[in-house]
Design a protein around this ligand. Structure first.
Ligand code: GTP
Ligand code: SPV
Ligand code: MN
Length: 590
C-alpha cells in the first residue's frame, strides 16, 4: 500500500510495509509534524468524536478526549519486558519469552487496522542533535496518539532528518485493537529495540515514546552504553545570591514531580528563581568534568489534572491555557474544563469524565483521579532557557521522594553515592490512581522505577553504583517526604511552594554548609536549620517531621532484606553493605 508521503529511509519503509500487511489499514499517513497536519488531524478527530472542542475563546486550541472507561491508567499487570530470559527481566517485571510475546500479539494485530488509518509517527526523544537523543518511529491507528506525540516529542520532519538513512531507531507498534483489557498487552523487546502495544489508547500504554521508550527501553540501552534513564523531574534553582543549581527528583507516579518541577517560591522567599527543565523523565550521563549531566527527553507535559490550581501550580495552569489536550476531565456547560481541586466552583449542568450529568450527591468524582493534560513544554512560564541544551545541565543534588504517612522524615541526606543508591533502592510509596489497582497501599518502588525499569533491578542497582564510580563530583543524594501525616491524617508539611524551604537546606548541604545531625538512617536537618518563618504549622510539626524512631526503622530493615533476597545474587555487595550498616545502627539504638 502507498504511504503519503513516500518514506525515504529504506528500513522504515520495509518495517511499515511489514506492519501494513499484518494490520491491513485502509490508508497510511506519514506525519511531518507541521501545523497544517495538526489542524487536519484535529478536524478529523473532532469529526469522529475522538476530540471534543472546548471553548475556543477561553481555551484556544484546547480539546477534550474521553477514553474508554476501562482504559484510564497504565495497566502494569498487562505490561511485559521480553528479553531472552526471565532472569534478565528480573522479579521486578512481568516477563514473556520474546517468541511467545510476538506470537500472542501478532494474532491481535492481524487485521486490527481494517477500516482505520495507520499513522507513521517519527519522533526524537531528547533535543535535536544532542548526543543524548534517540529516534523512534511509532506506528499507530489512533489519531489521539498521533496528536499527543506531536506535543510530547519532537515529532515529524525533524526526526526524519535526524534519522537519515540509519536503522538505529526504536520500532514502536501500537494499535487500539478492540480496547478490551482481556486483549491488552504492552511488550518491550530491549534486545531488538522494539515496543509492541495493543488494546489501550491511554497515556503510558499508548504514547510509546514516554514510559515504554524513554524509561523501559532506554534504561536497558543506558546499561549497555553507560548512562541512566530515570523517572525524574529536572529543576533549575537560582538563589538570591545569584548561585545557580540544578537538581533532579524521582517520585513515583502522582507523587509530586510536575508540581516540584514548576515550583513557585513562597512569598517569604523573594529573589529565588526557579526554572523547569523536565517534569517526568531524565536521561543522565557522566560528563567530561566528572559531574552528572541531565536532559529531559520529552517536549511536553502529560500531567495529573486533579489538585492542579493557581495556588498549587500556577505555572501549570498557564501552560494548559492553550493548545492542550485534556483527557478524562469534567466538561462545564460553557465549554471549559473542571476537576477536583480546580480554582473555580463547578458550574451547574457539568458533565463528568464519562460524559454523564454530574451528580455531586453520588459521591463519585467529576474528573477521573488520573485525568491528565497534554501541553507543550515551551508554554510553561517557568521553562528554562537551558531546557534544550544538547549537553544537558550538571546536577548538584538528586532527590528520592514518595508518599509516606509514617516513618520517613521530611528530608535526610545520604552519606555517599553508595548510601544514596541504597536510599533509592529502598524507596516505597503508597499507590496512586496513575496505575489501575488499589490506591493507598504501600509498595516497594526503587528509584520510583518499579513500573519502568527494563531489566533486573539487581543489575540496575549495580549499574547505579558503576555510574557513581565514574563521577569525581557526584550529585549529593537526599530522601524527601512531603506526605507525612499526624495521628488525625493531616499533612504535617504544607508542601508545594513551601518545599523550596527544604531545597534551600539541600543546596546549603551541597556547599558543605547547613546544619545536620547524624542518625541511624542518614543526616537529618538540625531543628531550626530549615527556615519555617511565616508558616502556620501544627504544634510540634517540625519535631515530628524530623524524628527518626528506631522501632519503626527496625520494622523497615526486615522488609528490606526480604525484598532484596528476591533478586538473589543480582543484588550488588554495595547494597548489602549499606543494609548491614543500617541494621547495625538501628539495632544499636533500639
Ligand atoms: P506522574 O505524572 O504520574 O508521574 O505524577 P507526578 O509525580 O508528576 O505528580 P504531580 O506533581 O502531578 O502530583 C500528583 C498529585 O500530588 C497532585 O494531586 C498534587 O496536587 C499532589 N502534590 C504534589 N506535590 C505535593 C506536595 O508537596 N504536598 C501535597 N500534599 N500534595 C502534593
Ligand atoms: C506516570 O504514571 O508516571 C505518568 C503518566 O507520568 S503515564 O504516561 O501514563 O505513565
Ligand atoms: Mn510519571
Amino acid at each position: 500500500m502507498a504511504t503519503t508521503p513516500a518514506i525515504d529511509n529504506a528500513h522504515v519503509r520495509a518495517w511499515v510495509a511489514e506492519v501494513a500487511s499484518l494490520c491491513e489499514p485502509d490508508a497510511i499517513v506519514v506525519c511531518d509534524g507541521s501545523e497544517q497536519e495538526r489542524d487536519r488531524l484535529t478536524a478529523l478527530a473532532v469529526a469522529t468524536g475522538v476530540l471534543i472542542p472546548l471553548n475556543q475563546e477561553k481555551l484556544p486550541g484546547c480539546y477534550l478526549h474521553r477514553s474508554d472507561p476501562s482504559d484510564v491508567a497504565r495497566t502494569e499487570h498487562l505490561t511485559f519486558v521480553c528479553p531472552p530470559t526471565a532472569d534478565q527481566a528480573g522479579p521486578n517485571n512481568n516477563w514473556l519469552a520474546p517468541d511467545a510475546a510476538r506470537e500472542k500479539l501478532s494474532a491481535l494485530y492481524r487485521g486490527a487496522m481494517r477500516g482505520r488509518t495507520m499513522y507513521v509517527v517519527p519522533f526524537i526523544m531528547g533535543p535535536a542533535n544532542s548526543p543524548f537523543s534517540k529516534v523512534g518511529v511509532e506506528i499507530t491507528d489512533s489519531v489521539y496518539v498521533a496528536l499527543n506525540m506531536r506535543i510530547m516529542t519532537r515529532m515529524g520532519a525533524i526526526a526524519t532528518r535526524q534519522l537519515g538513512d540509519s536503522n538505529d531507531f526504536t520500532r514502536c507498534l501500537h494499535s487500539l485493537g478492540d480496547l478490551s483489557p482481556d486483549r491488552r498487552f504492552i511488550c518491550h523487546f530491549p534486545d531488538s529495540n522494539e515496543i509492541w502495544s495493543v488494546g489501550s489508547g491511554y497515556g503510558g500504554n499508548a504514547l510509546l515514546g514516554k514510559k515504554c521508550l524513554a524509561l523501559r527501553i532506554a534504561s536497558a540501552l543506558g546499561r549497555k552504553e553507560g548512562w541512566l534513564a530515570e523517572h525524574m523531574l529536572i529543576l533549575g534553582i537560582t538563589r538570591p545570591d545569584g548561585h545557580k543549581f540544578y537538581i533532579t527528583g524521582a517520585f513515583p507516579s502522582a507523587c509530586g514531580k510536575t508540581n516540584l518541577a514548576m515550583l513557585q517560591p513562597p512569598a517569604s522567599m523573594p529573589g529565588w528563581k526557579l526554572e523547569t527543565i523536565g517534569d517526568d523523565i531524565a536521561w543522565l550521563r557522566p560528563g567530561p568534568d566528572g559531574r552528572l549531566y541531565a536532559v529531559n527527553p520529552e517536549a511536553g507535559f502529560f500531567g495529573v489534572a486533579p489538585g492542579t490550581n493557581s495556588k498549587t501550580n500556577g505555572n501549570a495552569m498557564i501552560s494548559i491555557a492553550r493548545d492542550t489536550i485534556y483527557t478524562n476531565v469534567a466538561l462545564q456547560p460553557d465549554g471549559t474544563v473542571w476537576w477536583e481541586g480546580h480554582d473555580d466552583e463547578p458550574q451547574p449542568g457539568m458533565l463528568d469524565w464519562r460524559g454523564r450529568p454530574f451528580d455531586a450527591a453520588s459521591g463519585e468524582k467529576a474528573a477521573h483521579p488520573n485525568s491528565r493534560f497534554t501541553a507543550p513544554a515551551y508554554q510553561c512560564p517557568s521553562i528554562s532557557v537551558d531546557w534544550e541544551k544538547p549537553e544537558g545541565v550538571p546536577i548538584a543534588a538528586m532527590l528520592f521522594g514518595a508518599r509516606r504517612q509514617r516513618r520517613v522524615p521530611l528530608v535526610y541526606e545520604a552519606e555517599s553515592w553508595e548510601h544514596g543508591t541504597f536510599l533509592g533502592a529502598t524507596l516505597s510509596s503508597e499507590t496512586t490512581a496513575a496505575a489501575t489497582g488499589k490506591v493507598g497501599v504501600l509498595r516497594r518502588d526503587p528509584m520510583a522505577m518499579q513500573p519502568f525499569c527494563g531489566y533486573n533491578f539487581g543489575d540496575y542497582f549495580d549499574h547505579w553504583l558503576d555510574i557513581g564510580k565514574q563521577l569525581s563530583h557526584p550529585p549529593k543524594i537526599f530522601r524527601v517526604n512531603w506526605f507525612r501525616t499526624d495521628s488525625q491524617g493531616r499533612f504535617l508539611w504544607p508542601g508545594f511552594g513551601d518545599n523550596l524551604r527544604v531545597l534551600q537546606w539541600i543546596l546549603q548541604r551541597c556547599e558543605g554548609k547547613g546544619e545536620a545531625r547524624e542518625t541511624a538512617i542518614g543526616l537529618i536537618p538540625v531543628e531550626g536549620s530549615i527556615d519555617v518563618s511565616g508558616l502556620s504549622l501544627l504544634p510540634d510539626a517540625m519535631k515530628q517531621l524530623l524524628a527518626v524512631d528506631p522501632a519503626e526503622w527496625y520494622e523497615a530493615i526486615g522488609l528490606q532484606s526480604e525484598y532484596f533476597e528476591k533478586f538473589g545474587d543480582h543484588i550488588p555487595g554495595g547494597i548489602w553493605h549499606q543494609h548491614a550498616n543500617l541494621v547495625r545502627r538501628v539495632t544499636g539504638l533500639a
